[in-house]
Design a protein around this ligand. Structure first.
Ligand code: 8ID
Ligand code: ZN
Length: 354
């Protein structure tokens, strides 16, 4: 039975004020073709949700917004006339990319995140910080059999994003990758996917808890960005030959993580921009950008296949990729945002909605 009312977390535009409230659940008969109703059991909390709640970004969001885009749950209804192999009872994930048109050039090429008609969970449509969420059959991700839904939740944004970013980094096994923000939600998964790909990791973040987490996860080098006076030299020297890492996956949520990335990258290397601090810029002196053949690429979530692969790898029996999280009730969301803004969170927080 699907209830008429349920609980969710809502934010009035730009206020940054989260209120836990009851809302009317969309009933199965009211779903439009292509829509499904998902009973959300868990949702990861991404720093993007905090940016959205604060109204940080130069992008329009919906008002009275229910955030969340790392939702893991069960399909409880599918609209009639939907073209899908999903069935009621299937375990699925709700991702940032809620839906895309599926027929524009970008969608045809598997670059759905660039679709001009895309819908974004927890931004332009209500997301996974609610017990029953409307989502879209084309972009719900199937969660592998036997995978715990709370383990899967953070993979749906943090995991897929860093996995795809590593694919964009032009690296191969044996090379070095730097991860600014390595102790955060995206970063700590990046360290693990990188190791799985045979890369050697330089973790950059701050504080003992994040240091310990990064070391435990297999980072070879730790650099504390608050303690280290000369970040550029420290990162360059970390590779032993003084040339610096072949790539940097910048997952920092503040502009400072970007400032020197092009200065410490190895000649011919690639900086992958992932973190989305508002109003930040990356500068590179053209002369050295050319002579050192530096590359700077942006990487925005991933496509359906990236999500599938990221989930499969996070479900390996070897446990080489495993999200580290604490589980909290929906009512704790305001204090979770405070901890996140203050940088007090190592790994992820996952909300338990039931
Ligand atoms: O598709 C995308 N590109 C995408 C997907 C998902 C999230 C982008 N993001 C963006 C978010 O919007 C956010 O801006 O990635 C950023 C990181 O998200 P997160 O991992 O969810 O945030 P977090 O858990 O708060 O981790 C951020 C870490 O960065 C560190 C912090 O200490 C924290 O551990 N950090 C900061 I702030 N400044 C740093 C610096 N100068 C830094 N680490 C190294 N150097
Ligand atoms: Zn996210």
């Amino acid at each position: 039975p699907i209830p008429k009312r349920a609980r969710g977390a809502f934010v009035k535009k730009g206020t940054g004020n989260v209120k836990i409230e009851e809302y009317d659940v969309v009933q199965p008969k009211d779903l439009k073709p292509g829509e499904a109703l998902v009973k959300v059991l868990y949702s990861g909390v991404c720093h993007t949700d905090l940016h959205a709640a604060k109204g940080d970004w130069p992008l329009e969001s919906k008002d009275n917004l229910c955030g969340g885009h790392e939702g893991a749950g069960i399909v409880v209804a599918i609209a009639e006339h939907s073209n899908t192999d999903l069935k009621i009872g299937d375990n699925v994930g709700i991702k940032w990319l809620a839906d895309a048109c599926m027929h524009c050039e970008f969608c045809r090429q598997g670059l759905e995140s660039l679709c001009p008609e895309s819908k974004l969970s927890g931004f332009t449509v209500d997301g996974s910080f609610q017990q029953y969420a409307v989502s879209y059959v084309n972009h719900l991700s199937r969660i592998p059999d036997g995978m715990r839904l709370d383990d899967a939740a953070p993979v749906l944004c943090a995991g897929v994003t860093v996995y795809k970013a590593l694919k964009q980094s032009n690296t191969r096994a044996g090379q070095w990758v730097c991860v600014p923000g390595a102790g955060g939600g995206l970063g700590h998964l990046c360290v693990q996917y990188a190791n799985l790909m045979g890369l050697r990791v330089i973790a950059v973040d701050t504080g003992d808890a994040k240091k310990q987490l990064c070391k435990d996860l297999g980072a070879e080098v730790w650099i504390d960005f608050k303690e280290e006076k000369d970040i550029v030299s420290a990162i360059k020297n970390a590779t032993g030959d003084g040339f610096g890492p072949h790539a940097s996956i910048v997952t920092s949520a503040s502009p400072s993580g970007y400032e020197q990335a092009l200065d410490y990258i190895r000649p011919g290397g690639t900086v992958v921009a992932v973190g989305l601090p508002a109003g930040a810029f990356v500068k590179s002196e053209v002369f050295f950008h050319v002579l050192k053949e530096r590359k700077l690429v942006g990487s925005y979530v991933g496509n359906r296949q990236d999500a599938h692969e990221a989930l499969e790898l996070a479900n390996l029996k070897t446990g080489k990729v495993k999200c580290h999280y604490v589980t909290k009730p929906l009512d704790d969301l305001p204090s979770i945002y405070e901890d996140m803004a203050a940088g007090r969170m190592a790994g992820r927080t996952v909300l338990k909605l039931f």
